[in-house]
Design a protein around this ligand. Structure first.
Ligand code: GLC
Ligand code: MG
Length: 423
């Protein structure tokens, strides 16, 4: 929460499954496009919040499977659990608040009367969330009867149907929208209300996000029937909410452009890095550098002297790379090693992305940039905590040079084949 000094320029509050993450896209291309845009243009002044139906355990599982960035805030279990920062510090106050007129045992007793309901896995049963599967045809009727029974037992609950199969029972004060309203209230009390909030979703449990006051919203193109129905009835004429024509994270990028709330060109959509800069943005340069590295090895840039010259031009002649194994190389030497690797990952799985980019200007002409650098290949997925020292070098096309790159394994990966690790 305190990562930014002032208020956020943009706060994105996004669902994960089939919104940020497209499970039908094995290459994760739209997610990687979003990641590059975020780390290049937003990380330094904005907040990203993941708002998922998943329990903490299933959420962590997804983070292992997909190239998800580290969010500033995580709302889990359909808005019943909120945690802050990368260490996921829970908001105990929120969970206390949800005890109001809530009794799990009573929910279990009453739901047992409905044979149409079948329990989801134990991981998805949480202190303030009881979850079932139910066939579409039964859902409406069961929700109505169940809700009456629970009111009669003195509870205040909310029953949500999502994805045409999942039924969640939560305290009335819970849910993704309530959790966001609570965060807004907290930010406001600190004088840090984000300038813009963009909510993003695809299914029933996302519906209430779109009713939070003053937010922009995007229903991704691939949304489920229950959200589309709600949108048609409630938001079609609301200019702050769109139904994107693009799927998942591509729909989020589309919405940023549609509402004009910030840059919407992902570095991944830029083929020629256009070696001219308007104002120096260290995050952008780091994203572009690793993208060039990925594209070189995938043979997606031209294998030309100009490309190599461009890489060399952003290298300080005495620049040093401290390899995670502790070995030091000159950066120029690393570029020499990279040249013959052109296309060695062609047709193979190979993606590079950065997360948690933060930079600080440490003198009139130098910046220290820290980030997690991820590399996914057929050999697995590995992360290096990387520190880069950039020096301004007005005579170069980019106006800066890499002086020192220092990497540390973040995931205990120490053996491995270091000879294939270049940057
Ligand atoms: C996620 C959760 C599940 C919930 C569903 C809809 O899939 O794992 O428990 O029912 O979201 O909210
Ligand atoms: Mg979803």
């Amino acid at each position: 929460m305190d990562r930014l000094d002032g208020h956020a320029h943009l706060m994105i509050v996004s669902d994960l499954d089939y919104t940020m993450v497209d499970h039908d896209d094995q290459e994760n291309l739209s997610l990687l496009r979003f990641n590059a845009l975020w780390e290049s243009d937003y990380r330094h002044n904005s907040l990203v919040v993941f708002s998922t139906g998943r329990s903490p355990m299933m959420y962590k599982q997804l983070r292992k499977e997909k190239p998800l960035l580290t969010p500033d805030i995580t709302i889990m279990s359909v808005g019943t659990e909120i945690t802050y920062g990368e260490s996921m510090v829970p908001d105990d106050g929120w969970e206390q608040y949800l005890n109001h007129k809530w009794d799990r045992d009573v929910v279990l007793e009453e739901t047992a009367k409905f044979p149409q309901l079948s329990f989801q896995s134990s991981t998805e049963q949480r202190p303030h969330k009881v979850s079932f599967f139910i066939q579409k045809g039964y859902a409406e009727e069961v929700m109505k009867s169940l809700s009456e029974l629970l009111v009669n037992r003195g509870l205040d609950v909310k029953i949500i149907y999502s994805g045409g199969i999942c039924l969640d029972i939560l305290p009335l004060g819970a849910g993704k929208g309530e959790a966001l309203a609570y965060l807004h209230k907290k930010f406001k009390a600190d004088g840090k209300l984000p300038t813009n909030t963009l909510v993003c979703g695809d299914s029933g449990n996302d519906t209430e996000l779109f009713s939070v006051p003053d937010v922009y919203g995007v229903v991704v193109s691939n949304a489920h029937e229950e959200l589309l129905k709600w949108y048609a009835q409630n938001s079609k004429d609301n200019p702050k909410i769109i139904h994107a024509t693009e799927r998942c994270a591509a729909g989020i990028i589309q919405a940023i452009g549609h509402f004009g709330i910030g840059p919407n060109i992902s570095p991944r959509d830029v083929v020629n890095s256009g070696f001219k800069i308007k104002s120096f943005n260290p995050g952008h340069e780091i994203v572009m550098f690793y993208l060039l590295y990925e594209r070189w090895r995938r043979a997606e840039v031209e294998n030309s002297d100009l490309t190599i010259h461009n890489m060399i031009s952003i290298t300080h002649p005495s620049g040093i790379l401290v390899h995670p194994s502790g070995v030091e190389h000159s950066i120029l030497e690393c570029i020499d090693t990279l040249v013959p690797c052109y296309g060695d990952k062609r047709g193979k799985q190979f993606r590079v992305w950065v997360d948690r980019v933060s930079s600080s200007q440490i003198s009139s002409d130098s910046w220290l940039v820290k980030f997690d650098k991820w590399e996914l290949s057929d050999e697995g997925r590995h992360c290096c905590l990387t520190t880069v020292l950039l020096n301004s070098k007005p005579e170069t096309p980019k106006g800066f040079a890499l002086v020192n790159v220092h990497q540390t394994w973040l995931d205990g990966y120490a053996a491995g084949d270091h000879t294939t690790w270049i940057f």
